[in-house]
Design a protein. Structure first.
Lengths: 163, 163, 163, 163
């Protein structure tokens, strides 16, 4: 998850993260549109042959990025962020640069889903620590560390997918 | 789409239909649970190596059938029927035996999506003709005819999927 | 519930029904837009001083009819029909002239809500009898009979509202 | 908006805020359940004769607090937070003590709705300033100041309601 107009660093992180997740055989889920962190994560994932990318879109038709294999059209606008979160095994935020990403992290913590913050700001880290409840909240300073933490902490061998 | 406790004929139709759709390289989308038409269509599709099945579930976690490759958890109950419809290129109803299937066909016609009724009852055919508006409404008496009609009428080469 | 471009009879029925429901102190819920059965039912209800009308809208802002007191903006498109149904104590369909109304009746039966069909077509009556499951399905030939049946069958004194 | 298990100060603020809003003839919208900030705001509002309180609930039936006049059942879980936000003219957060409230403020900023933070923590203030985009973000240190700011900044005479 991340901004539609992210910083260069978050954009690069998202691309690398998508690639690393797909290399492990995990499905990469994004908000489905072509721009920003969404687009970069899907593009990174599709660098890996046989990968699957899933995009959960706000609209009723169209608008999916070119690297989305399976596009889900919700017609629900931002309420679809709740579906993104429920459908994911782990939520990774490549920066919290806009309110959409913030809502996804908040909904994830509310749903008790594991959240990994990639290079969070101090303000984000501090606020999430205050409100996280029982949800697992991880932090990483690079995509490699993010993927390693997910593997170590969550043991998500079950995320492996094969057609 | 179809009932969770269907007639034997509709259950068999759904299984065969799932297989025929997957043979053409199309993604088979169902309501995701293991029972009835949903479960049979997904099972049929997974007889074909390399097929992809998608299940859009009403709940927040769990409950997906064993033949669902990609499970979307909406947490929205029956409102997820609107997502099933928006996400599909064609909606096939293997019988209208319950209100859930009826709502999906109605929402599909409302969204202007092509609908194919497989062996509909006279009452269903008559009511849908009255209210269909501009949506394409097809009818078939067998799964083979259903798939042929979809190919002929809609030319859905674009539905082909490859990882 | 009813069509946005209904027959004259259904339009008149909706107006009278709205008035009769509001006279009993019940809240009248519609899809919120100004046209057709929605608009007529709300207009009828607002003929009664102190009445409350509720509109549950598909969009994110605007578009509520002039007789809607409380407008709920769902931003969910037709998926909001599921909310209309869950929020109502009884669903009355003033004709089934379009797929939106059909989806609401179907979702109501699925949710086990009482449904009253006002002057249904033979096709609608027949199909709903086939698929209704355990839900209560009533039929009336006039708004007066509809309100009387709701009172007799359901004893909805609890629907009375006072600010 | 606020926590289901808030601090005493936030609970008292919510009660007073509900009363002050209702005194001005505004409809008070909450998440509908009886506990915490939701319950207190509705209870405060119902101290004022003729007030209207609206509750938008996550479930399909039941669970509304005793001070909710009009209960909307969404059956959508936390995705209903998006509806709370779209339906409100102004969102007031009486503390950000949990992820549900955080998601509502984030969704409000995303939708471009005015948000007022009542006694926010430093972390919340800082994070929202970073991500708020063009949305109006106000801050107050008491319910009285909150209502005064809403009146002054937004001129919400239109929020006045009469049956």
């Amino acid at each position: 998850m991340g901004a539609s107009e992210p910083s260069t660093r978050n954009l690069e992180d998202a691309h690398e993260l998508g690639m690393l997740l797909a290399q492990r055989g995990w499905i990469v889920l994004t908000g489905g549109r072509p721009e920003g962190v969404m687009g970069a994560a899907a593009a990174g994932a599709k660098r890996i042959p046989g990968s699957i990318t899933l995009g959960i879109l706000p609209g009723t038709t169209g608008g999916a990025g070119p690297n989305v294999d399976v596009a889900i059209f919700t017609g629900m606008g931002e309420a679809r962020n709740a579906i993104n979160v429920l459908t994911s095994d782990v939520i990774v935020a490549a920066g919290i640069e806009g309110p959409g990403t913030l809502s996804e992290v908040a909904l994830a913590l509310k749903a008790g889903k594991p959240v990994l913050l990639l290079r969070p700001s101090n303000a984000a880290r501090e606020l999430f620590q205050l409100i996280r409840g029982d949800a697992l909240l991880l932090e990483a300073q690079s995509p490699e560390q993010a993927v390693r933490l997910i593997e170590e902490e969550l043991g998500l061998a079950r995320l492996q997918w094969s057609p």
